[in-house]
Design a protein around this ligand. Structure first.
Ligand code: FAD
Length: 545
């Protein structure tokens, strides 16, 4: 499955009358596009930047039930997203990977052993976790064996429970590609700037192709606003920003070399202000997050501040004193905004993560809140509403996205993924690329076969450059990559998790972009500048805000 040619997709946007047009190419929009197209609705989606540019590339990258929502007594939410985990794992086993999470229990902090044991049991039960994967309570000694870096005096026991890790941007992309495979017309770098109306009812949007700076009109019977943190901006343009409103909170993650913070497994630990944060190993790094603070600044310019990074560093040093993390250890970072629904008197951490759908008198449907994990059910609810409102007279299928694999020729289960990884490592050995087997499979699944095939086109290169050029080829041809940031952040995750590799491959990749898009020297310099600036920001080489 692939996203096809951007220009063709762009032409199709203006030539057609759509049943449904979705604004926003994050996981919510992608999920709605797949659900709508697979049920038989003529579907289009526009994204003002790159797919997953917003919150959907800046999360903690967990497909999880949200243990902490139990504390807020949100049983319905835990049950829904908890059950969704196993479904999304089945749909993309290489991308949604089961991983046990360690929850240390500390003297005088958090809940006691009994309450935690009961909470984790309830979590398993609500999420329908298989018996073999259900929570296991650990003694103090067992907890320290699982994670010797924990401060021994603090630990009084622990729990191990089931979670899944993912790559949020890649998951969004694979859903988007699958939607395109079902006939959805999806295009990045197209921004909705205004709505079209007929008799006061929304019947399309005015938009701009932000790369060619060209305006276009897109007609649709129903328009869905899935713009994440930007949902209220669009409701304001529609003059329907009334009633409930968004409450944006910022969440930051920092990335350090795994050798500096060598956690043995993912761990969810409490910090001095009674919040909980994650430390998650990924490839050569460990990432730590997240913060949760109210955000009132420009939505497009959300950044990690030195203060955010210090908060996470102090949290790590409090629980893992031997690690002695310093600001200088931060290799990379990212900051994202949670598009939550405002509730009077509640702080950032107390706000519900439940999704809500708003229908304005102009017919615009907006969806906000929610989690990466619940994208499929959110999409089902939106498409049910679209059908009920406008297409009840048509024979359309019921939602069946729980049966649509995300990736052609996908794996049947985790065992299948492991077998493929093993065979791949053997095939990569002659190229000196076997250390990349895990990364390639968890990023591209079986599409790695295409990457392997094109390695021979780049014979004289350093092995890592050779691989990156083959990856770029795949993503240019199949995934609508338009800029180096699309490639280094949202297709490969290299800017977050492998800055040393990025530094090695950067020039060759920019040269390939220049050739592919026929850039002049000025365009080349502009893109290089944007990339260098993004690296500096991720590495906190900016003045504090
Ligand atoms: P977005 O991903 O922001 O997508 C909206 C898109 O709309 C953007 O790409 C934007 O560019 C586009 N857009 C805006 N305006 C326009 C316009 N005018 N025209 C065209 N396009 C437009 N959930 C989990 O399940 N697991 C986690 O581990 C987790 N961790 C999180 C950690 C943090 C720090 C944060 C902030 C969130 C986390 N979440 C997690 C929540 C989850 O990431 C979000 O709920 C989800 O990504 C929101 O997706 P979305 O598609 O609604 O919004």
């Amino acid at each position: 499955m692939n996203l096809g040619n951007r220009q063709t997709a762009l032409d199709n946007l203006t030539k057609n009358q759509f049943d449904v047009l979705i604004i926003g190419g994050g996981i919510t929009g992608a999920g709605i596009a797949l659900d709508a197209a697979s049920r038989g609705l003529k579907t289009a989606l526009i994204e003002k930047n790159d797919f997953a540019y917003g919150t959907s590339s800046r999360s903690t990258k967990l497909i999880h039930g949200g243990l902490r929502y139990l504390k807020q007594l949100e049983f319905g939410l835990v049950k829904e997203v908890g059950s969704e985990r196993a479904i999304v794992h089945k749909l993309a086993p290489h991308l949604v990977i089961a991983e046990k999470m360690l929850l240390p229990l500390k003297e005088g902090r958090g809940f006691g052993t009994l309450l935690t044991s009961f909470g984790l049991k309830l979590y398993d039960w609500l999420a329908g976790v298989k018996e073999i994967d259900q929570r296991k309570m650990l003694t103090r000694q067992q907890t320290l064996q699982h994670e010797p870096l924990l401060k021994p005096d603090d630990v009084k026991g622990g729990g191990l429970y089931a979670e899944y890790r993912t790559d949020d941007a890649r998951l969004t992309l694979e859903i988007m590609k699958t939607a395109a495979g079902h006939g959805a017309h999806v295009v990045n770098y197209v921004q909705a700037t205004d709505f079209l109306y007929e008799g006061g009812i929304v019947c399309g949007v005015k938009a701009i192709d932000t790369l060619a700076r060209q305006g276009l009109l897109i007609k649709a019977s129903t328009v869905v606003n899935a713009a994440g943190p930007w949902v209220d901006e669009l409701r304001a343009i529609d003059q329907s920003k009334e009633g409930k409103q968004l409450h944006l909170t910022k969440g930051v993650h920092i990335v350090v070399d795994r050798k500096k913070f060598p956690v043995r497994q993912a761990i969810y630990f409490d910090v001095p202000d009674a919040r909980m944060i994650f430390a998650i190993p990924r490839g050569r790094t460990t990432y730590i997050g997240t913060t949760d603070t109210d955000y009132h600044q420009a939505i497009d310019e959300v950044k990690t501040t030195i203060e955010d990074a210090r908060y996470l560093i102090e949290a790590v040093n409090d629980s893992f004193p031997e690690v002695n993390l310093q600001l200088a250890d931060v290799e990379s970072s990212w900051a994202g905004l949670r598009p939550l629904i405002h509730e009077e008197g509640k702080s950032a951490s107390e706000l519900s993560r439940k999704d809500e759908i708003f229908e304005s008198s102009s017919g615009l449907i907006s969806i906000a809140g929610g989690k990466l994990t619940g994208y499929r059910k959110m999409a089902e609810r939106v498409v049910d509403m679209v059908i009920r409102r406008s297409f009840n007279n048509r024979e359309l299928k019921s939602c069946y996205t729980d049966k649509i694999s995300l990736c052609e020729d996908t794996f049947t289960n985790a065992g299948d993924v492991q077998a493929y990884k093993k065979a791949l490592a053997v095939n990569l050995a002659p190229f000196g690329l076997q250390p990349y087997a895990n990364y390639l499979v968890e990023t591209y699944g079986r599409q790695t076969d295409d990457i392997l095939l094109s390695l021979n086109q780049f014979p004289d290169e350093h092995e890592s450059i050779r691989l990156a050029r083959a990856e770029l080829r795949l993503t240019l041809e199949n995934e609508m990559v338009q800029t180096p940031l699309d490639f280094f952040i949202r297709r490969t995750g290299m800017l977050y998790f492998d800055i040393p590799r990025l530094t090695v491959v950067m020039n060759a990749i920019l040269d390939d972009f220049k050739k592919y898009f026929n850039w002049n020297d000025e365009q080349y310099k502009h893109e290089l500048h944007k990339l260098e600036q993004a690296i500096r920001e991720a590495q906190l080489m900016i003045s504090d805000q």
